[in-house]
Design a binder for this molecule. Sequence first.
Ligand code: G3P
Ligand code: CA
Length: 342
Amino acid sequence: NLPGLPTLRNQAPIVIGHRGSSGTRPEHTLESYRVAIETGADFIEPDLVVTKDGVLIARHEPVIAAVDASGKVTEATTDVASHPEFASRLTTKKLDGVDVRGYFAEDFTLAELKTLRAVERLPALRGKAYDGQFEVPTLAEVIALVRDVEARTGRKVGIYPETKHPTYFAAQGLNTSQLLIDTLKKEGFTDPGRVFVQSFETANLRDLKTNIMPRAGVNLPLVQLVSSPDEAPYDWVARGDARKYDALTTDAALRDIATYASGVGPYKRWIIDDGGKTTNFVTRAHAAGLLVHPWTFRNEPPYLLPVYANDPEAEMRQALRAGVDGLFTDFPATGARVVGQY
Ligand code: G3P
Ligand code: CA
């Protein structure tokens, strides 16, 4: 497929359904992933955390509801705060160096989590209209959905898992990347053409590349996420390294990333500047041999870059013209339409 775009391998850019079709359904539910697949996503993205009994589930954070001192829910991906039977699980933990008060996935068994219902986390997204209707899915259930689509339609959609907060879980004796590879192996879903594994933390990806995957006899493409320049990978913070994410975007750093990863997943502002102009990021990452999959493309303010306030498709087109090899979007229907124009 030669779409006439300067992608690394001259292939069509992939559309990654970010948390499914989370612009239209509550994020990280089977319904959100189903809609993503049906509206054109090539890959679906589960963010992963772990239950008390060691099962990977799709949630954006270990915190499944954050609660302030007055008892008000400040951010939630489940309705746990309205379940009186779980009131005693409310606690405060340090998450990546910050005190967070709330309910945490690793304090609940899978059976307990299955009694909860998902809610959309981001206030401006229309997924909120479906709050309270869907369960929290396991990674195995996400894979089963993908297999079901393949069996019914022949369409081979991939998955793009992100192990969330590996340093935080490691401090509790939980190796989420090991669990991920174990689960993918158990489910027989280890085709490197259908899985990308992503992480913000560098040590986690190096461990996957050097230890976890070779031991398991698995070799999946890894993607180094790159957040805003003023933030830092938490594994760096934890070991007292003062550098920020901009240290991952020099030519030398990109060449180093290429020793363990197949691609980078930058915040979209690395690709498009404030004036809507393309930066040299994609060209430099491609020169290092890295695929580029930026995030997150959405249809509505306040999530668009200001210069594209009323034109999400123009924002996507600008990224595609820059040569990105795929993009994460909460609206895969829009992503598929825009990619289809090339
Ligand atoms: O994984 C790409 C993007 O999803 C990273 O940010 O916070 O949405 O997981 P986040
Ligand atoms: Ca993610």
